[in-house]
Design a protein around this ligand. Structure first.
Ligand SMILES: Cc1cc2nc3c(=O)[nH]c(=O)nc-3n(C[C@H](O)[C@H](O)[C@H](O)COP(=O)(O)OP(=O)(O)OC[C@H]3O[C@@H](n4cnc5c(N)ncnc54)[C@H](O)[C@@H]3O)c2cc1C
Ligand code: SF4
Length: 514
């Protein structure tokens, strides 16, 4: 007799799911609901929907094999969470429902409200999908004036003892090996253009069935379900992680910031979709990398760089989301007002860097960090695109997107819309950076060396136009006063040429409706 229900959401497919680990298959039934309304909340990329629904179905099968009873509600006959939950209550009559706390405000509020409406007892248990409990981050962050990722990272290194010596000092004598990492395109070329193949997993029957479903139910959504090759269960996720640790981690740091048009993944892990769904835990990702270092398989700069992504950035971004609350997503400190242009959804633009990166995300639902930050994000910042629309686009297009991870990355990191809460300066760059770190420029119709005029790279004049528009704000910041001072020193004729080029470009490519 099952008296208790364990409700598992689509991004809680974790071996450490708190509600599951606290329950007994003999007395509890697992509830899983594919809500059509949740899937349609945004215009999600088809591969994102495919990943989530296929992973949910695989997770349900794994639970059944482990002896659980699973009450699974399929998308085709479940318009929303309410209909699924009602059906479950009528059939199973649980005395209580246990749910691991959802990963977003939207779901937390909606599901609590739903439980009240259906007069059912819903208990939330703290999530184990992050190393740093929400309350712990809030206690650390709330009284602080500065909220730097680096401070949070060092605190977590000490707490976890990851890459720490017995005397409390970091292994290797320093916290950060960035200066050893981040080789340029020309370094990569001189090194013989090293690459390593990414495993291509063939979709199984479940994934193929879900793909057909997505193609019917979400026919107008961006992207396609074709060539989907991500893991959708824990077994394959672990193999995927091991493949990264063995083949790509040793070179991860060297080429962390590199962008190559024919090599979308390079040495990145591509684990974000898996860790965000719960198929991998942050602990095992970090610990396997550290073991690789201890066994002499991977150098310290690469391993430290990777551990910083997992326990530093990922945990920090989640902490900021819960610290700042749902209104964080609405911030717009720079008053950016241009609508996101339609071409973000088809990618057909003459700027080669944007064209490559957009086509990649439309095809695969994924870009690596520097493509997101220094191509797409940089463009949105410099062009003054509205943070709310930028946030919406990023949330829709990426297979690893979740509300919690998008807010700080988009609103804070790329749009600088929180006024510098999480970044001391905006991530703004002209063509020199892109040309140094990628192979995009040689095939571009624009000239990265020209500063103004119709042939000039738009990133160049948009960069100076940005500092022109925000000179007062950034002149007072020691980390950004240099470009502002340089801008103010330029002859008025040059300044006007920058403004004219920016105005012409923006009118065509990022228009504001009359
Ligand atoms: C504008 C923008 C949007 C982003 N959107 C997402 C998103 O929707 N989902 C997402 O998981 N990450 C997002 N990121 C962070 C980062 O770009 C991706 O996690 C990373 O590119 C995923 O590829 P990977 O797994 O190969 O990462 P790797 O480069 O191999 O890094 C390892 C892991 O570190 C974690 N990580 C690293 N940086 C971040 C970060 N800034 N925030 C959160 N986790 C981080 C991820 O779990 C990632 O899988 C975004 C970054 C920016 C600038
Ligand atoms: S020239 Fe400018 S627009 Fe063209 S690829 Fe280079 S940075 Fe991008």
């Amino acid at each position: 007799m099952h008296t208790q229900t364990i409700w598992v959401l689509g991004d809680q497919l974790s071996p450490n799911n708190a509600a599951l680990t606290a329950a007994d298959p003999a007395s509890a039934v697992v509830l899983m609901i594919e809500s059509k309304a949740r899937g349609a909340l945004r215009h999600y990329h088809k591969k994102k929907l495919l990943l989530v629904y296929s992973a949910m179905r695989h997770f349900a099968n794994d639970l059944r094999q482990a002896g659980w009873t699973v009450d699974y509600h399929l998308l085709t006959d479940t318009p929303d969470f309410e209909s699924g939950l009602k059906r479950h209550l009528e059939t199973h009559h649980p005395t209580s429902i246990q749910l691991t706390e959802p990963n977003s405000f939207i779901e937390t509020t909606a599901l609590k409200k739903l439980a009240r409406k259906l007069n059912t007892d819903l208990t939330l248990l703290p999530t184990q999908q992050f190393l740093c409990p929400r309350a712990d981050f809030l206690a650390w962050a709330s009284p602080r004036k500065r909220l730097l990722m680096e401070d949070h990272y060092r605190r977590l290194r000490k707490q976890t003892c990851y890459l720490m010596q017995k005397n409390g000092e970091p292994v290797g004598g320093q916290w950060n090996f960035d200066h050893d990492n981040r080789k340029t395109f020309s370094d990569w070329h001189k090194a013989g253009r090293p690459t390593t193949p990414i495993p291509a997993l063939k979709p199984d029957t479940i994934t193929r069935e879900v793909a057909a479903l997505i193609d019917t139910e979400f026919a107008d959504n961006p992207g396609t379900t074709e060539n989907f090759s991500l893991p959708v269960d824990r077994h394959h996720a672990l193999k995927w992680l091991d493949n990264f640790i063995t083949h790509r981690l040793p070179t991860f740091g060297d080429y962390e910031d590199l962008m190559v048009s024919t090599e979308p993944v390079l040495f990145h892990s591509l684990i974000s979709p898996l860790i965000n769904l719960g198929l991998l835990t942050p602990q095992e990702c970090a610990e396997k990398a550290i073991t690789a270092y201890e066994n002499g398989h991977a150098p310290l700069p690469a391993v430290e760089g990777f551990v910083r992504q997992i326990i530093g950035w990922r945990e920090y971004i989640n902490g900021i989301y819960w610290l700042r609350g749902p209104d964080y997503a609405k911030e717009n400190a720079l008053h950016a007002h241009r609508p996101l242009p339609d071409w973000f959804y088809h990618g057909n633009v003459p700027m080669s860097c944007l064209n490559h990166v957009l086509h990649q995300v439309i095809d695969t639902g994924w870009n690596h960090h520097i493509q997101r930050l220094m191509i797409l994000g940089n463009f949105c910042l410099l062009a003054g695109i509205r943070p709310d629309q930028t946030l919406r686009w990023f949330t829709e297009m990426y297979v690893d997107a979740n509300e919690w991870v998008m807010a700080a990355n988009v609103v804070g990191m790329i749009c600088h819309a929180d006024g510098g809460l999480i970044t001391t300066k905006p991530y703004a760059a002209g063509s020199a950076y892109i040309n140094r770190m990628s192979d995009y420029c040689p095939s571009c119709q624009f000239d990265p060396k020209l500063k103004t005029g119709p042939q000039a790279c738009p990133f160049n004049y948009l960069y100076w136009n940005f500092y022109d528009q925000h000179a007062d704000r950034f002149n007072n910041n020691p980390r950004t006063s240099m470009p502002v001072k340089n801008w103010l020193k330029r002859p008025p004729k040059d300044q006007q040429a920058v403004r004219d080029s920016a105005t012409t470009f923006l009118k065509t490519w990022v228009p504001v409706p009359e």
